[in-house]
Design a protein. Structure first.
Length: 207
């Protein structure tokens, strides 16, 4: 897996431009099925809108990209939305820009700017995260060692979860370049008594 950026969560914004109401939605979407599901919900919710424009990018490299002007003049709506997605550097992302026509014609340039602004505000509201490849690690330790290892885990890991029973089981997510240094620190700190166990690869979300 390669590192890439996507949006953190679903978000919605609204703005009015020359009496037209624009509603921008941005959401994570990992596949075409998810995209179609969100599009169906938007069309149902905004069935009375003048246009439900959209664009999306899928895959680590954004290799799958589609857009729709939904009745607006060609190149004035969906393409500007897709360009915003590309400029923000995100993928696995869907943006829907709904318009309620307010009676004032915006012209081609005005439409491009309006849809781009709605898309940009929606992406910013959703927040951007970086997905990095990493390793999930398990440490099983006795209680006397936990006080020393827990701060070390917090220092090195992006995520730490601990379960307490007769011993303590810690599950950590480490970025790839932190794996060997962490193993070395654990060995030094415990004089080799604790051996971290690699559970498998994982994806780490970094904001």
């Amino acid at each position: 897996m390669r590192a890439y950026k996507t949006v953190h969560e679903s978000a919605k914004i609204e703005l009015v431009i020359q009496k037209s109401r624009f509603i921008g939605h941005c959401m994570p979407a990992a596949d075409e099925e998810t995209v179609q599901e969100h599009l169906g919900l938007a069309r149902k919710q905004y069935y009375d809108a003048s246009h439900n424009v959209y664009a999306y990018s899928l895959g680590e490299l954004g290799g799958i990209a589609r857009y729709s002007d939904d009745g607006e003049p060609g190149g004035t709506a969906g393409l500007p939305v897709l360009e915003v997605i590309r400029q923000k550097g995100v993928t696995d992302t869907l943006v829907i820009a709904t318009r309620y026509f307010g009676g004032v014609l915006l012209g081609a340039g005005g439409l491009v700017r309006a849809y781009a602004k709605a898309a940009s505000l929606a992406v910013e509201a959703a927040g951007i995260v970086r997905l990095e490849p990493g390793w999930e690690i398990r440490l099983t330790v006795d209680y006397p060692l936990y006080g020393a290892l827990e701060p070390l885990a917090r220092e090195y890991a992006a995520d730490v979860q601990s379960e307490f029973s007769d011993r303590i089981t810690m599950r950590l997510k480490l970025l790839r370049d932190r794996l060997e240094p962490f193993f070395a620190r654990v060995s030094d700190l415990t004089c080799g008594r604790v051996q971290p166990e690699i559970l498998g690869e994982c994806i780490i979300r970094i904001r």
